[in-house]
Design a protein around this ligand. Structure first.
Ligand SMILES: Nc1ncnc2c1ncn2[C@@H]1O[C@H](COP(=O)(O)OP(=O)(O)OP(=O)(O)O)[C@@H](O)[C@H]1O
Ligand SMILES: [Mg+2]
Length: 241
């Protein structure tokens, strides 16, 4: 099962990815959490902030994705890198930090983006475990063939107008690709928050605003009980059903 999280900046993608990974691994699944964000927030939340993203490993990138004469290998071999660089977080739960998109341009054919694209392709097409990808940018860095093989895109939205257009765009893209996308409303404080988003996107899973989330993240911990945690358990069941 391959799950990609995306959505507006700051909506809670990283927080939800980490907790979802924890919950799914606790129920006995082998889970690989993938940090595809240059700022490594997922790694930080899981107390692995010192991990170097693969697409920032100069030697590896040069060796695999650079061809003499300044050319870029668009299909670098990356299969061995996943088990080599994934780190253990807890039982059944591993983390792979692959890095973010080079901002020079999404379409930029630089070696770093080529590595990222190939790693995402390998993770989505070839792995047997549950792979949860925390995407900083949009899904565009994944080639079409990769996106089509993602089982579920979780679009994390929060109550507020800022989420609406981003969520709409992602839903449109997912529809074009023929991939299932679920909107998840995060940081929901009350019925009116819930109603705000469901008026645009229909009924959806909600995750409550919980001050404990931020507090525990500062301590480098994940929550393991309470309403927030329960809603993640519920989400995990819906996804894997
Ligand atoms: N349900 C929640 N209740 C309260 N605070 C939350 C909740 N979910 C996330 N947060 C807080 O919101 C902030 C942003 O969360 P997070 O980093 O997970 O978002 P993100 O979408 O990954 O952001 P970015 O776009 O920068 O990657 C964090 O401080 C986090 O602790
Ligand atoms: Mg994030």
């Amino acid at each position: 099962m391959k799950i990609a999280l995306t959505g507006k900046g700051g909506s809670g993608k990283t927080t939800i990815a980490a907790h979802l990974g924890r919950v799914l691994s606790e129920s006995g699944n082998s889970v690989l959490l993938v940090d595809a964000d240059a700022s490594r927030n997922l790694a930080t939340l899981l107390a692995h902030e010192d991990t170097t993203p693969i697409n920032e490993m100069k030697d590896v990138v040069n060796q695999r994705a650079r061809i003499e004469g300044g050319l870029v290998n668009l299909n670098p071999y990356v299969r061995d890198l996943i088990d080599k660089y994934a780190v253990d977080v807890s039982q059944n739960l591993r983390l792979l930090v692959i890095g973010g998109v080079e901002k020079a341009g999404m379409g930029c054919l630089c070696p770093e983006n080529s590595m990222l694209r190939s790693l995402l392709r390998e993770l989505v097409l070839k792995r047997d475990e549950i792979v949860i990808i925390d995407m900083e940018a949009g899904l565009e860095i994944m080639g079409r063939g990769t996106v089509k093989n993602v089982d579920t895109i979780l679009v994390i939205a929060e109550p507020g107008y800022g989420s609406i257009s981003v969520t709409k765009e992602i839903l449109k893209f997912a529809k074009e690709m023929g991939v299932e996308a679920r909107v998840v409303a995060n940081k929901v404080r009350n019925k009116s928050d819930e109603k705000y988003l469901s008026e645009y996107f229909g009924p959806m899973q909600t995750i409550p605003a919980d001050e404990g989330v931020r507090e525990s993240s500062i301590k480098g911990q994940l929550l393991s009980e309470g309403d927030f945690y329960d809603s993640i358990v519920k989400l995990s069941k819906k996804i894997t059903r």
